[in-house]
Design a binder for this molecule. Structure first.
Ligand SMILES: Cc1ncc(COP(=O)(O)O)c(C=O)c1O
Length: 443
């Protein structure tokens, strides 16, 4: 179509211009699946078919869709002040949002740097770690350690410490990074909750110290529970050991809680759930119930003090975004955090976790299932791959589920479930029951 005509009179279903992220564009546009409306536990297609949301959107709509309190807060803020700079100026809701978030997170983590996404939160956390080491006179510590099968978003820092080769293949990596081994061990298949084997994999950090020298290492970053690469639950004792080794060598520990924060594991943070406190937490997604994009880094007091309180006069950290603490996002965050507390949604997730785990593990023995992992309200069901076609079986399951009214997420041949925390026991049964039926039909 002529470009000028397309712009003035776009066909309502013209799919060409939108270059979709992390999507097989050609395949999607040949068979598009669209969402048009959402409320509570459901999406609806443009044709009006309901889709039960087994994934909280993209692990982010923790309080369920279309929450009136959040919508009202965003609307009121948009009508009052659309935008305010936060470089050398600010607006009251930015402080309120930061205070509420700091209160919700572990007590020693008490300063909040706002971003607009999880990727930006990760890159911000990595930069804060480097700035901290420099501020305390440890400027040789520039190396960043990630982990195989880690997903830390798509910034250059995030893809470099991340452990997914496809995310780097076309772009390369920052120098000065290394990776711990991942914690996914065949011996742990079908573990309920935290698996028994693998705490010793944390000793990889000792090996990094022996290999590179502690004086070169600024920080280690892990997802306490790895979500995007297939729901990898940390082995018992693993995170405690990682914390102990990092502390002993002056290495900052960063938790990427973009998925795990805000109730996914039945507590405000995975740090709370596991009883392990990092120096920095990166979060996003559930921070605003995904109603307006927002991310954040929540920093320990010693990190903030070294950079800000003990720093020279003038700007202490040369970093920030035009939209840091955007008024609409700040309004959404305040309303969302209040809603989580008022409805006790994190405790609700904790109380539903045993039922959720039992429903997930009821799929053991179904065709193609080679492992099931779950913790809190997140589960991964791993399928055997078809010969020569990795990912094809789970993708077919995803399509069949959607076409019969259920949204699941797939990564490779792993089906991931992470429903909104308002899910009912009957809906949990429906989610896993439907997956079981589809598994019976799949070749
Ligand atoms: C653990 C983790 N870190 C970072 C990100 C990136 O977040 P965003 O897509 O908001 O940039 C994600 C997204 O799924 C994530 O799961």
């Amino acid at each position: 179509m002529d470009k000028a005509v397309a712009l003035t009179d776009p066909a309502p279903n013209a799919l060409d211009a939108f270059w979709m992220p992390f999507t097989a564009n050609k395949a999607f546009k040949a068979h598009p699946r669209l969402l048009a409306r959402a409320e509570g536990m459901f999406y609806w297609t443009p044709e009006g078919a309901p889709i039960l949301d087994g994934t909280a959107g993209l692990w982010c709509v923790n309080a369920g869709h279309g929450r009136a309190e959040i919508t009202a807060a965003i609307q009121a803020q948009a009508a009052t002040m659309d935008f305010a700079p936060v470089f050398n100026l600010a607006h009251p809701l930015a402080f309120t949002a930061a205070s509420k978030l700091a209160l919700m997170f572990p007590a020693t983590l008490d300063h909040v740097f706002f971003t607009n996404s999880g990727s930006e939160a990760v890159d911000t956390a990595l930069k804060i770690a480097l700035a901290y080491q420099k501020a305390i006179g440890q400027g040789t510590r520039t190396r960043l350690i990630g982990r195989e099968r880690g997903y830390h978003g798509v910034g250059f820092g995030g893809i470099s410490v991340g452990g997914i080769v496809n995310n780097r293949r076309a772009f390369g990596s920052l120098g000065g990074v290394d990776h711990l081994r991942h914690t996914h061990l065949p011996d742990n298949a079908f573990s309920i909750g935290q698996p028994a084997h693998g705490a010793d994999l944390a000793d990889d950090l000792e090996r990094m110290v022996a290999l590179h020298g502690a004086e070169t290492i600024a920080a280690v970053i892990v997802e306490p529970l790895a979500g995007s690469t297939g729901v990898l639950v940390p082995p018992q004792g693993y995170l405690q050991r990682l914390r102990e080794i990092a502390t002993r060598h002056g290495i900052l520990l960063i938790f990427d809680e973009v998925i795990t924060a805000f109730g996914r594991l039945g507590a405000a943070t995975a740090a709370d759930h596991f009883g392990v406190t990092p120096d920095l937490i990166a979060c996003a997604k559930g921070l605003t119930n995904a109603a307006v994009p927002m991310g954040a880094v929540v920093a320990a007091s010693h990190v903030h003090a070294a950079i800000v309180d003990d720093g020279p006069a003038g700007i202490e950290l040369f970093h920030g975004y035009t939209y840091s603490a955007h008024p609409l996002a700040a309004a959404a965050a305040v309303a969302t955090l209040d809603l989580y507390v008022a409805e006790g949604l994190f405790a609700r997730a904790a109380s539903l976790a045993p039922h959720f785990a039992a429903a997930a593990h009821s799929l053991r023995g179904k065709p193609h299932v080679v492992d099931i992992r779950s913790l809190g309200l997140v589960a991964g069901i791993e399928l055997a791959s078809r010969d020569g076609a990795p990912g094809a079986r789970a993708t077919e399951l995803f399509h069949r589920a959607f076409d019969t009214g259920l949204l699941v997420r797939v990564t490779g041949d792993i089906v991931a479930l992470s429903p909104p925390l308002i899910v009912s026991e009957a809906q949990i049964d429906e989610i896993f029951g439907r997956i079981g039926e589809i598994l019976e039909q799949l070749t």
